[in-house]
Design a protein around this ligand. Structure first.
Ligand code: ADP
Ligand code: MG
Ligand code: ZN
Length: 475
């Protein structure tokens, strides 16, 4: 059977958190009563004219720079015509052949383009309870209509469902750090379509793609793409072609159902928006945006790898969840001796205890974690002991050294105390001692185990091994 390689390109819509809408003065709203943020412009009444939102342009430029795009000095708005109840004008104002941003990259995925447009209104489908004269109805809430959007289109550079999820998380962190959107998938301020095709491994030509529409969680995106790759693989294996179409993924059943095929695809009859002048980006606007750019996750990950010597995956884990990175840096300010161990304790031990929560909101102060790693390095506490201290810190907070003393979790020191316990272990296990003398080092396990039981895990395994070798005169 042929081996296939998935090829995935992503299209992402992000609602910008400006104060007002894209082309009118209505304030953006979330959760306000329906149709309370509308005006003749965003209701598409005849005789009205759009006025471009300057802040949305600034946000678009910021995003373009963050994604290393080329910013067009002059870009154009078009009308994208289609009929739907959520689109009162009968067209959406969007950018078409000359978008604000072109090219660029985020991590290992190239960006094709980024453009500005307006959101449609929201259709609410009433269920049984909302039946009017006995039949089902849908109502339109125009509050969302005209909300500023950016659409980000990637090149087809993604190669697996997991990579799609990870990359989208990186994109979300990046956008959030720019402060231009809430990027909340449940609330719809971040929405993603995935284009999926497969091709025989080694071939450069792309396969026929399908498009999965509007998946509203990272987990669903990963699962939807996985299901679509499986569906396409089964088709090709059976000698049947993949048909270009738009699909809906139902996370409940895991099924994929067609929404529309290429033949029924819209003809949007794009033409230049006659009511808007071209969007001109000046050098000043660019300079201002550049000055505002914060350190972004991708750059942060590179810095961790370059300056602190962290492994790439560690660096990315910390940087892509920016709250972890900030916490790590706060701890690092208290103990910069060994960034790698500190990083391991943040993304390993701490995260395994607090999950997705922000560590800054946990009871473990950054200096406490730094202090614990310091105790570990000084040999005052063993790995096992340090884990117990962290359990206490997560539960109650406090100072690690004080917990070590209060709970008697300190490492059993080298020298006399540990030596005496090792002697008892050797006495208790003559068979293992004999095997050790004959050069079978594996027999050391039960002896170390004995010492660990005696010390309740507070002995340093390496030190125990050293003393055993010394006692038995092994090299
Ligand atoms: P369309 O004209 O159908 O909108 P585009 O060429 O504009 O297609 O691309 C839309 C998205 O689909 C982009 O993210 C692009 O990277 C991705 N894409 C294009 N061709 C393929 C393919 N064969 N397989 C997977 N993704 C693709
Ligand atoms: Mg498209
Ligand atoms: Zn309005």
């Amino acid at each position: 059977m042929t081996d296939y390689e998935p090829v995935i390109g992503l299209e992402i819509h992000v609602q910008l958190s400006t104060r007002t809408k894209m082309f009118c003065g209505c304030e953006l709203s979330f959760g306000d009563p329906p149709n309370t943020h509308t005006c003749p412009v965003c209701l598409g009444l005849p005789g009205t004219l759009p006025v471009l939102n300057a802040r949305a342009i600034d946000f678009g430029i910021l995003l373009g720079l963050a994604l290393e795009c080329e910013i067009a000095p002059r870009s154009l708005f078009h009308r994208k015509n289609y009929f739907y109840p959520d689109l009162p004008k009968g067209y959406q104002i969007s950018q078409y052949d000359v978008p604000l941003c072109r090219g660029g990259r985020l991590g290992e995925v190239r960006i094709h383009r980024v453009h500005l447009e307006e959101d449609a209104a929201k259709l609410v489908h009433l269920g049984e309870s909302g039946r009017i004269h006995g039949s089902a109805h849908s109502i339109v809430d125009f509050n969302r209509g005209g909300t500023p959007l950016v659409e980000i289109v990637s090149e087809p550079d993604v190669r697996s469902p997991e990579q799609a999820r990870e990359w989208l998380q990186l994109l979300r962190t990046t956008v959030r750090q720019l402060g231009i959107s809430d990027v909340n998938m449940e609330e719809g301020s971040l929405r993603c379509d995935a284009n999926v095709s497969i091709r025989p491994v080694g071939r450069s030509e792309l396969g026929v793609k399908t498009e999965l529409k509007n998946m509203n969680s990272f987990r669903f995106i990963e699962r939807g793409i996985t299901a679509e790759i499986a569906r396409q693989t089964a088709l090709l294996d059976a000698g049947e072609p993949v048909v270009q179409e738009t699909l809906h993924f139902d996370p409940q059943s895991g099924s994929l159902t067609p929404l529309r095929s290429k033949e029924e695809a819209h003809d949007y009859r794009y033409f230049p928006e006659p009511d808007l002048v071209p969007l001109v980006v000046t050098e000043e606007m660019l300079a201002e945006a550049r000055a505002q750019l914060p350190e972004l996750p991708a750059a942060r990950a590179e810095r961790y790898a370059r300056e602190l010597g962290l492994a790439d995956d560690r660096a990315r884990l910390l940087a892509f969840r920016s709250e972890l990175g900030s916490y790590f840096e706060a701890a690092l300010a208290h103990d910069g001796e060994d960034p790698q161990t500190l990083a391991n304790w943040v993304v390993g031990e701490l995260v395994s205890r607090i999950g997705d929560a922000d560590p800054a909101q946990s009871r473990v102060a950054p200096e406490a974690l730094a202090g614990l790693v310091g105790l570990l390095r000084a040999g005052r506490v063993t790995q096992g002991g340090a884990r117990q201290v962290l359990d206490r810190l997560v539960a109650d907070g406090g100072d690690p050294a004080a917990i070590v003393d209060a709970e008697d979790l300190g490492a059993v020191g080298g020298g006399d105390e540990l030596g005496a316990i090792v002697d008892r272990a050797l006495e208790a296990q003559p068979e293992e001692v004999e095997q050790l003398r004959q050069g079978n080092m594996r027999a050391i396990g039960p002896i170390v185990g004995f010492v660990m039981r005696e010390t309740k895990g507070r002995a340093d395994g390496k030190e125990v091994t050293r003393i055993v070798r010394e006692r038995l005169g092994l090299s």
